[in-house]
Structures are given as structure tokens and as C-alpha cells.
Ligand binder design. Structure first.
Ligand SMILES: [Zn+2]
Length: 131
């Protein structure tokens, strides 16, 4: 990738990292929209709270993972600027649009789907699962 494009991705990565840091860890909130309004009392609220904790901790995990991915991408930019934006698996250029949206990715969509399929067979369509 040419230096100017890499510079743009670097800037984007730094911005994203900044955003994530500002956002901070997600607080565990009582009720979120989309859930039934609660007129019930404590014993019924317990499972809800538990679910919210799961959601919050999933989100924190995702955030931590994203920060990690961004750090790795910045490292790759420094160490292998020529390889940046190429799929690590098949060496094809990752489409610029994908790179703009997710500058930390190091696999093209095809290879990433394959990898996810291997990591967790059949689970790709269940991103909203709490597991
Ligand atoms: Zn690929």
C-alpha cells in the first residue's frame, strides 16, 4: 500500500482508539429500551439484571478486543507497511471500503468468514447470542 493511504489508515486507527478509550468500560445499567417496562418486583428483576450484566460484559470484551486489534494494526503499519491492506491469508488486497470502515482487519471477507467458521462452526449468524 502506498504511504499516503497508510497514513490515512493510521489516522483512522488512532481516532478509533481514542473513541474507544473515551467511551470507557460500559457501566452495568438497570433497564434498557426494548425490554419490558418493569412493574415487577425484585425477584423477577434478578434475571434481567443478570442478563444486562452479560450484555455489558460482552460489550466490554468486544471493546477490549477491538483495542487489541487496533494496536496490532498500528504495529503492522509500522513493521510491514507494504503488507498493510493485504489479506494475510490469501494476499489479495482488502477492498478499500472495508479498510475504511474497519482499518484493523487483516483478512479479506472471504478468508475471515472461513476462519470464523473454523473457530465456531455454524455460529456466524448468531451474533446476538449472549454466549
Ligand atoms: Zn483473503
Amino acid at each position: 500500500m502506498d504511504a499516503r493511504t497508510n497514513e490515512r489508515y493510521r489516522k483512522r486507527l488512532l481516532e478509533l482508539r481514542e473513541e474507544l478509550r473515551r467511551e470507557g468500560a460500559v457501566e452495568i445499567e438497570p433497564l434498557r429500551e426494548g425490554l419490558e417496562p418493569t412493574e415487577k418486583i425484585d425477584e423477577d428483576a434478578a434475571p434481567l439484571t443478570e442478563m444486562n450484566q452479560v450484555i455489558a460484559s460482552n460489550r466490554n470484551r468486544l471493546r477490549t478486543r477491538r483495542l487489541q486489534q487496533i494496536a496490532e494494526a498500528l504495529e503492522r503499519l509500522d513493521e510491514e507497511p507494504d503488507e498493510f491492506g493485504l489479506c494475510e491469508s490469501c494476499d489479495e488486497p482488502i477492498p478499500p471500503r472495508r479498510m475504511e470502515l474497519q482499518p484493523w482487519v487483516h483478512l479479506c471477507i472471504t478468508c475471515q468468514s472461513e476462519q470464523e467458521e473454523q473457530d465456531a462452526p455454524g455460529s456466524r449468524k448468531h451474533l446476538t447470542d449472549y454466549r
